[in-house]
Ligand binder design. Structure first.
Ligand code: ATP
Length: 322
């Protein structure tokens, strides 16, 4: 392996830039030629492949988003699209590819490298923290920090007006951001896809809080939760419960912002690990972090397996909300 390209694909996440920087500089450090692919797989198909040097990635470790941009690319799901992508890799004599993204992006990488002579390594970059083979994904910590900052502010107004707030957070069909921000933000309850909570149980819990003279409450709702999201839940609760109720859907600002120290270090370590894995001849692996050690997991397993939600965290929300 002498010529390595890096791309970001799927949803953007804070820390992707820190990872790109680490991939590029680790490659250069080991004597490889480095390239960046714009717009994820779309750029591979359109031949938007640019040489990157050490200077190309200066002053980005602190920036959110991704300088390489990201895209969802339907054409890459077709054999014809992947043929074009491979032809462009051959044209630039690229023999290794680092894909920073989520499970969809890894599936694309896996298929490409089974069809053609190209080695691929995935790096988990998504705020959702829903990938098997790593304790944390790049962007998750920053998103949590953004959410708890919002919850803290919502708490001020909720307390001043004696209100019940439903705060909807991202995570697609995973409840990690909801659970972590509920603990970190001191929420009274959390609704996540991994554990169904009935409206009855939620109302009971809120009634108990009222009985305990709590005058304001925050319920964190994961967007993928089964009750239909914060709006729908709030409507159902309102019918049962005479309380000034508000809904706040945090939305896309959860995806932006300067990455936390944790995400920068995670991104830097995984970027280094991905390049060094390629240089050692690994293929179709994901570089993740397990118990604070870099671990390579086959992409196949990373895609097929689901991470288990830690029940003790759910219990902790309830314990701390008495
Ligand atoms: P996130 O979790 O942040 O959404 P993701 O990587 O899972 O990230 P997707 O939109 O699922 O995001 O996938 C990103 C891109 O990967 C797709 O737009 C497509 O180009 C490619 N991809 C996804 N699934 C496949 C597949 N089955 N075959 C080929 N390419 C795929």
């Amino acid at each position: 392996i002498e010529r390595i390209a890096v791309l970001t694909s799927g949803g953007d996440a804070p820390g992707m830039n820190a990872c790109i920087r680490s991939v590029v500089r680790t490659g250069i450090y080991h004597g490889a030629q480095m390239f960046g692919v714009m717009q994820g797989y779309q750029g591979l198909i359109n031949d938007e492949i640019i040489p990157l040097n050490s200077k190309s990635v200066s002053n980005i470790v602190q920036r959110g988003g991704t300088i390489l941009k990201t895209a969802r690319c339907l054409e890459f799901k077709t054999p014809e699209g992947r043929k074009k992508a491979y032809d462009n890799l051959v044209k630039h004599e690229i023999d290794g590819l680092v894909v920073i993204g989520g499970d969809g992006s890894f599936t694309g990488a896996e298929i490409l490298s089974r069809e053609y002579d190209i080695k691929v390594i995935g790096v988990p970059g998504t705020i959702d923290n829903d990938l098997f083979g790593t304790d944390f994904t790049i962007g998750f910590d920053t998103a949590n920090n953004t959410v708890i900052e919002a919850i803290d502010k919502i708490r001020d107004t909720a307390a001043s007006h004696d209100r019940l707030f439903f705060v909807e957070v991202m995570g697609r069909d995973a409840g990690y951001i909801a659970l972590w921000s509920a603990i970190g933000g001191g929420a009274e309850a959390v609704l996540i896809p991994e554990k169904e909570t009935s409206v009855d149980d939620l109302v009971d819990k809120l009634m108990v809080d009222l009985g305990n003279l709590k005058t304001s409450s925050i319920v964190v709702v994961a967007e993928g939760e089964h009750g239909g999201g914060a709006m729908a839940i709030a409507e159902k609760v309102k019918e049962r419960f005479n309380y000034d109720t508000k809904v706040s859907i945090l939305g896309h600002f959860q995806r932006g912002g300067s990455p936390t120290s944790f995400d920068r270090v995670l991104a830097s370590r995984l970027g280094q690990a991905a390049v060094e894995a390629l240089l050692k001849g690994h293929n179709r692996k994901m570089a993740g972090m397990i118990s604070n050690h870099v671990a390579l997991t086959s992409i196949d397993l990373a895609i097929k397996n689901k991470t288990e939600m830690d029940e003790t965290l759910i219990e902790l929300v309830n314990i701390l909300a008495i």
